[in-house]
Design a protein around this ligand. Structure first.
Ligand code: GDP
Length: 312
């Protein structure tokens, strides 16, 4: 069993690579829910949905989020009647939010609902939220403290970031299946996908017990760099690093995880940084444009993990 920790788009690419190279039922993806929010009365879980859509192969490859071949009648009508239209919800995507909201209100756990949905999408990997409890990422900026989607979508990441808060994290319980998977004897490795360290991986680590479980788990833990060629491939990771006064370097990401990871996968474009990373490093082409790239990187990560087997 391999456990992957993931945010949305960047993380889902490697999760899909792992999914395609591993035997069926050998992958568990633990997903950030700090981006979840209540919108139009619905529980929206962007990263969980991106994972399910990407593993099922029905994601929209152009946007990176949402479903392929989507229609937009709902949004058009909503905008026409003066509704809130800054967050796009496709018609097919909407069905998932409506059903999730109904079942959560009826008392179902987010984990149980997500597991049911991924099975119905034909996905043979487990997709688990970090917690069933609400944890909400807040972005402190020069324009005030913003709820994550307000910062990310409505304000298009323009405000200058000064810090982050994970509201509710103190009281949140980790998803029981996540802790059990981290303790399972069949666990071969934990892979931190190339996701935003501040708003995708840190919220997962903020859930009490998860960081300690990673530090204490018997299998090696490795991270794949979200920085390629001294920049982010996409999204606000590099902008956030600059605004927080961090060097935009893969080594700075490795340092953030140094207390619980055993190895770091560095992009070949940043190979000169290897000497500054105080742990075993594997150098690969980590840019994933196609399924061939995703599978190749997944294979390289699994090969690297095997070389670390005896380190814990
Ligand atoms: P999320 O954080 O996983 O929700 O998704 P994002 O799309 O915001 O991506 C976060 C990070 O993934 C960014 O720092 C990107 O640079 C990184 N990323 C996206 N695509 C790739 C890729 O193909 N290879 C690598 N190494 N990183 C990527």
């Amino acid at each position: 069993m391999i456990i992957a920790l993931s945010g949305g788009i960047g993380g889902a690419k490697l999760a899909r690579g792992l999914y395609r190279v591993l035997p069926a039922d050998e992958l568990t993806v633990v997903v950030n829910t700090g981006d979840d929010f209540e919108h139009l009365g619905l529980h929206i879980a962007p990263d969980l949905d991106t994972l399910v859509y990407t593993l099922a192969g029905c994601n929209n490859p152009d946007t990176g989020w949402g479903r392929a071949g989507e229609t937009w009648t709902f949004m058009r009508v909503l905008a026409g009647i003066g509704g809130e239209s800054w967050f796009n919800l496709g018609d097919g995507d909407l069905a998932l939010h409506v059903e999730r909201t109904r079942r959560l209100r009826a008392g179902e756990r987010l984990a149980t609902f997500t597991e049911d949905v991924r099975r119905r999408f034909g996905v043979h990997a487990r997709v688990l939220p970090m917690s069933d409890d609400p944890v909400r990422t807040l972005v402190a900026t020069d324009a005030g403290v913003l709820a994550f989607q307000h910062y990310f979508v409505r304000e298009r990441c323009v405000p200058r970031v000064t810090g982050f808060e994970f509201a509710g994290a103190g009281a949140a319980r980790p998803c029981a299946e996540v802790l059990a998977a981290l303790r399972d004897r069949s666990l071969e490795a934990v892979v931190l996908c190339p996701s935003n360290p501040f708003v995708s991986i840190d919220p997962i680590l903020s859930v009490p017990g998860i960081r300690a479980a990673l530090a204490g788990c018997a299998a090696p833990v490795v991270a794949v760099s979200p920085i390629v060629g001294g920049d982010a491939v996409k999204g606000p990771t590099a902008k956030m690093m600059r605004e927080l006064g961090l060097p935009v370097r893969a080594a700075a990401v490795a340092a953030r995880y140094a207390d619980f990871i055993d190895g770091f996968v560095l992009d070949e474009r940043d190979a000169e940084e290897a000497g500054g990373i105080a742990m075993p490093v594997s150098i690969s082409d980590t840019l994933m444009r196609s399924d061939v790239d995703r599978e190749r990187l997944a294979g390289a990560v699994l090969g690297f993990v095997r070389t670390l087997g005896a380190t814990r």
